[in-house]
Write a protein that binds this ligand. Sequence first.
Ligand SMILES: [Zn+2]
Length: 294
Amino acid sequence: MRAAPHFRLGLIFLAVALSVAPLRAQDRLQVVTSFSILGDFVKNIGGDRVEVTNLVGPDGDVHVYAPAPADARKIAKAKLLVINGLGLEGWLPRLLQAAGGNAPIVTATNGIAPLKLGSDADPHAWQSVANAKKYVSNIRDALVAADPAGAETFRQNADTYRAKLDGLEREVRDAITQIPESRRKVISTHDAFGYFASAYGIQFIAPLGASTESEASARDIANIIAQIKAAKIPAVFLEKISDPRLMRLISDESGARVGGTLYSDSLTDEKGDAPTYIDMVRHNIRALTSALAN
Ligand SMILES: [Zn+2]
């Protein structure tokens, strides 16, 4: 029996409506990420097919996170766990052991050649936009494996987002060329910009080392001030998760400009300066160009 044309058309409409209708919350792929920047990548690629939970949310410090019992429950329910790797989530192995569950884990930095920070790998690979595109590819492949029915959506979303990142990378490079070469150096409280420095040619000098756990001594501060004067560093930055009083003191003593906030390891909430990765990079590049302008 052949279906009447209008009946077949109706079936086609139904099929199209079903395929574009957003999934209900409980039907979405439950994805847990270790911190907010990964969460933003997952949302951009997963769209309506995923429900994203960050263990360390906006404005949190992923280096020194202390997992709560609720985090173990989130992991136990997850269908995919997205982590940065390169030693960023030192607290994760114990949490995984406590949580159980058998969700696949994707390391978003897979395939990225790590820079060194002291004797360890530098985990802040997302600060180069070229690396962010690798994160996107890794997350896309993991989403496709976890939810094959969404493969086409994930691929299209990833292509769209990667094109935005290409545009962002051009913005960063154009902005840096506006800064006189002799002024492309800053001091920042948290040594999180190694990949940015290496990709875009701005020198970052960090007084506090890699982790926000360490405190600077009076002698460290004296050394920093001497360093700023000797190297004629034009600007210092108050990273939001370190002590701003320290940077003011350094600025007063050295004459370097205080350049506002650079976001490194966390997004802000919706009302902040950096609710998405792209907003974060744009904010940072504006802060850098205005602090380093003549
Ligand atoms: Zn960091």
